[in-house]
Design a protein around this ligand. Structure first.
Ligand SMILES: Cc1ncc(COP(=O)(O)O)c(C=O)c1O
Length: 378
């Protein structure tokens, strides 16, 4: 049985953005959540060096697994056995593997709507049933312990993300603890997507593992480490599921890219350089939070982390895809329509990604401000 899943709508915007750029137009890419900076310098140097000396065989790096385990001790005070760390080609396969190892076909998996598009689509692709819960500004677009306590019947699992995509909101530690408690009481398995850890502005980002050792943690080198195209991520598997995850990984993907594993080990010691990126995101966030209300976009969830702003544009359109396309054609600023993240209400939302340089954000604002003013006037 084939399951129909939707393509990313932001890809249509991105393709148009690239066509316009090829025509010489000054496009600013704020449609995808990818750092415009490359991998840290030491990671690139390592990759150059290793290319000349390593045959790049099938390989899972024991030093990298140990280094990731050590980071859980440094960052969260958790002792994680390196055997529980499974390296993958990014958070995307990590998510798939966690779902395969954690659930059976037909299981119901709860998730916030809006949420990252692949939660819904990957669940469907492997015949799990996504149960999207409409989450609004009252819970800062996140699932709550109360919502999970009230679900009848209880789902088999949940996927949470904090900081989240598309909103950047963070679940406070007490809410995470309450969610873990409800899940434990009701036998609900947690998948926690912690890909935006490291990119937070004022609030702490505890790992779900601090509250539930049986959760699957998904993470990646794509965001904080600025290594999107290197395709490397990891799972921290529950103790009783690590072998299953590794068996699925071996059968479906063999091993993750060797070169990236060497480079990632070096990247994990590049905090000074990576913190500078976070400071850039902080400045970009501040510039947008100041400008968007002036542009009439005042219904926004100020992001606690990640590099997104989720804005309500319901007073301007009921077709966010057409709206983002028009914005792009008129100002050459590419943004993401809300439909990818919320198939029900996303027609009246858009997402700005500010993982670009601060001059680009300022230039984007200076182009968008008169555009939005003209729209409101007409
Ligand atoms: C919340 C979330 N999870 C997972 C991913 C996939 O990341 P990766 O590049 O590691 O596959 C993304 C990518 O944007 C994301 O936003």
């Amino acid at each position: 049985m084939t399951t129909r899943i939707e393509p990313f709508k932001a890809i249509a915007i991105s393709e148009l953005a690239h066509r316009l750029k090829a025509e010489g137009k000054p496009v600013i890419h704020m449609e995808f959540g990818q750092p415009s900076t490359g991998a840290p310098k030491a990671a690139i140097e390592t990759a150059h060096r290793v290319l000349d000396s390593d045959a790049m065989s099938y390989w899972e790096s024991a030093p990298l697994r140990a280094r990731i385990a050590a980071q859980y001790r440094e960052t969260y005070g958790l002792d994680i056995a390196p055997e529980r760390v499974v390296l993958t080609a990014g958070a995307s396969p990590a998510l798939l593997l966690a779902m395969l190892a954690g659930f059976e076909a037909g299981d119901r998996i709860a998730m916030a709507r809006p949420g990252y598009v692949a939660y819904r689509n990957t669940s469907r692709a492997i015949h799990l049933q996504p149960v999207e819960i409409d989450c609004g500004p009252e819970t800062r677009y996140q699932l709550s312990a109360q919502m999970l306590a009230e679900m009848d019947p209880a789902p088999a699992g949940i996927i949470i993300a904090s900081p989240a995509n598309p909103t950047g909101t963070i679940l406070p530690p007490e809410e995470l603890a309450a969610i873990a408690e409800v899940c434990k009481a009701r036998g609900i398995r947690i998948i926690s997507d912690e890909i935006y850890h490291g990119i937070a502005y004022d609030k702490p980002t505890p790992s779900v593992l601090e509250f539930d050792d049986g959760a699957f943690i998904v993470n990646s080198f794509s965001k904080y480490y600025s290594m999107v195209g290197w395709r490397l991520g990891w799972i921290i598997a529950p103790e009783d599921k690590a072998d299953t995850v590794r068996a699925y990984r071996g059968n479906l993907f063999l091993t993750p890219p060797s070169l990236s594993q060497h480079a990632a080990l070096a990247a994990m010691d590049c905090h000074k350089e990576l913190e500078a990126h976070v400071q850039t995101y902080r400045a970009n966030r501040a510039a947008l939070l100041e400008a968007l209300p002036r542009m009439g976009l005042s219904s926004i969830a100020p992001p606690d982390g990640a590099f997104y702003i989720w804005a309500d544009i319901g007073h301007l359109t009921d077709n966010s895809l057409a709206f983002c396309e028009r914005l792009l054609r008129d100002t050459f600023v590419a943004t993401a329509p809300g439909l990818d993240f919320d198939p029900v209400n996303g027609h009246r939302f858009m997402r700005f990604s500010f993982a670009v340089s601060t001059p680009e954000v300022k230039e984007a604002i200076s182009r968008m401000e008169p555009w939005f003013a003209a729209l409101r006037g007409s």
